[in-house]
Design a binder for this molecule. Structure first.
Ligand code: HXC
Length: 260
């Protein structure tokens, strides 16, 4: 495809990992409307593609994304924000059914940090920096910075980050559970692709159910979440892949999943 603000490619030994690279270097990948539209389109395309098991979302070594595009949104008025439903097309990452891994090098600020937090797994390059600096611009996070961040790192740290605008580094992000791993910057994307490939060895169908179950933990009470998990677990018994997975174990051979 002919993208202006992103690059897309397919990687992995089985060519089943989509890599989407934010590519607006002059503005440190500031997330302008055009970029977010392309990102949504690419996610929908890879979401439908049966050959793709998982998606990696990354930026450059200098910046994952330095936030929403400040110059573009500066003239917005309140009524335009409301009537244009500003940020409504930011949610595709969170809506994607396939696993999506954020590979964050450099700055992940404001909307950039929020975009990374919409992903399912976050790997950080060793020079990554995370922050919610909106407060310094006279505004507040608008795509999950006060909500997802608080659920991940807890109230005190989230409050500190959102009220000061101070950044945290990759090591702190890992310690706080925001990132699950810190990787040398130049190996980050390769590591993320390896992780996606490992996920891709399993049944895409069951992976999707499992992702939905983990996400439910963030969206409901423990009792409701446990009920959802139990029923989803039961549902796997109606699939060919569950039968094959258990049969393969008993026969001491690798499973041959068909996503049915
Ligand atoms: C528009 C941006 C930008 C942004 C950087 N640029 N961030 N343009 N929107 N968010 C542009 C700069 O204007 C500059 O363009 C070029 O990118 C390089 O940036 P520099 O500032 O010269 O780089 P550096 O000195 O290395 O500083 C890097 C930085 C700084 C610390 C990341 O750029 C910065 O503070 N950026 C803003 C971060 C921020 O406040 N993000 C939150 C945005 S609000 P020129 O043309 O001068 O070369 C937000 C709201 C979210 O995200 C709401 C929900 C989505």
């Amino acid at each position: 495809s002919n993208w202006e603000f992103i690059k897309t490619e397919v990687q992995g030994e089985k060519q089943n990992v989509a890599v989407i690279t934010l590519n607006r270097p002059k503005a440190l990948n500031a997330l302008c409307n055009g970029l977010m539209k392309e990102l949504s389109t690419a996610l929908k395309q890879f979401g439908k593609d049966k050959n793709i098991a998982a998606i990696v979302l990354t930026g450059s070594e200098k910046a994952f994304a330095a936030g929403a595009d400040i110059k573009e949104m500066a003239p917005n008025t309140y009524s335009q924000c409301i009537q244009g439903n500003f940020l409504n097309d930011w949610t595709e990452v969170a809506r994607t059914q396939k696993p999506i891994i954020a590979a964050v090098n450099g700055y992940a600020l404001g909307g950039g940090c929020e975009l990374a937090m919409m992903c399912d797994i976050l790997y950080a390059g060793d020079k990554a920096k995370f922050g919610q600096p909106e407060i310094a611009l006279g505004t507040i996070p608008g795509a999950g910075g006060t909500q997802r961040l608080t659920r991940v790192v807890g109230k005190s740290k989230a409050m500190e980050m959102c009220l000061t605008g101070n950044m945290i580094n990759a090591q702190e992000a890992e310690k706080l559970g925001l990132a699950s791993k810190v990787v040398p910057a130049d190996q980050l994307v390769a590591e993320a692709v390896k992780l996606a490939e490992k996920i891709g060895t399993h049944s895409n169908l069951i992976v999707q159910l499992c992702k939905e179950a983990v996400n439910t933990a963030y969206e409901t009470t423990l009792q409701e979440g446990l009920k959802f998990e139990r029923r989803t677990f039961h549902a796997t018994f109606s699939t060919a892949d569950r039968k094959e997975g258990m049969k393969a174990f008993v026969e001491k051979r690798p499973a041959n999943f068909t996503n049915e």
